[in-house]
Design a protein. Structure first.
Length: 228
């Protein structure tokens, strides 16, 4: 490819899906370790085993690469949840909705260990890049989020679940599910001191999903609806 008589530094090299995934994974690890300011594009290129010119060609700047890395983390849950709930009628089954959200969050995070660490890093740095993410997430998955909030609001009006701002229910679901991963480093040290054997495997995550859903069953339903 030639632009204005100057050869493109990466010529006809193309980053396929596997290469892009490798770059984003390497970028997350670098950003987690050093933060945005401390990260080096050369380190990311070396870790991803790609030419630095290719890195700049596709992601332009370190800030753009950071935003794309964070976007992958944020979008992964909503994309998976959209697939799980697509064409499903959950307006009359709050427990199904809760379990699906909790399961999707925990499965997405457990399958991608870098994701919760990237979220922690972004929040600890002030969360300013969520301003970039929010419009895209809402634009693509806004209807799903509105349907979830509407379902919760409707259930409250019908007396199925306790009345509160439905955002509190969303925060509780995210907090309990994401806290599973945010607290893991602390829990491992506490378990070692007790001592208490803890293994973060499929059984642990399945039990965690059941535990969160049971907390919701006992905590959000009105007295006459707790046996649903």
């Amino acid at each position: 490819m030639v632009k204005h008589g100057i050869k493109n530094p990466v010529k006809a090299v193309t980053a396929d899906a596997d290469t892009e995934k490798r770059i984003l994974k390497a970028a997350r690890q670098e950003f987690i370790a050093t933060g945005l300011n401390g990260a080096r594009m050369q380190h990311i290129a070396d870790s991803a085993k790609v030419n630095k010119a290719l890195l700049h060609y596709y992601f332009r700047t370190k800030e753009k690469l950071y935003e794309e890395s964070l976007k992958e983390v944020a979008a992964s849950f909503w994309e998976a949840l959209d697939k799980q709930l697509k064409d499903k009628e959950f307006s009359s089954d709050i427990l199904f909705l809760v379990r699906t959200m909790v399961t999707t969050l925990i499965r997405t995070m457990s399958s991608n260990p870098d994701f919760p660490r990237m979220m922690i890093r972004e929040v600890s740095d002030g969360g300013q890049h969520f301003a970039f993410l929010a419009p895209g997430i809402v634009g693509k998955y806004g209807n799903l989020l509105r349907k979830i909030l509407g379902t919760l609001a409707s259930a409250m009006e019908q007396g199925t679940i306790k009345k509160t701002n439905p955002v509190h229910y969303i925060l509780s679901i995210f907090g309990l599910a994401m806290g599973t991963f945010f607290m893991q480093p602390v829990l491992l040290h506490v378990a070692k001191a007790l001592p208490l054997k803890i293994t973060f495997n499929d059984k642990f995550y399945n039990d965690r999903i059941d535990s969160i859903v049971e907390l919701f069953r006992g905590g959000i339903f009105t007295k006459g609806e707790r046996n649903v």
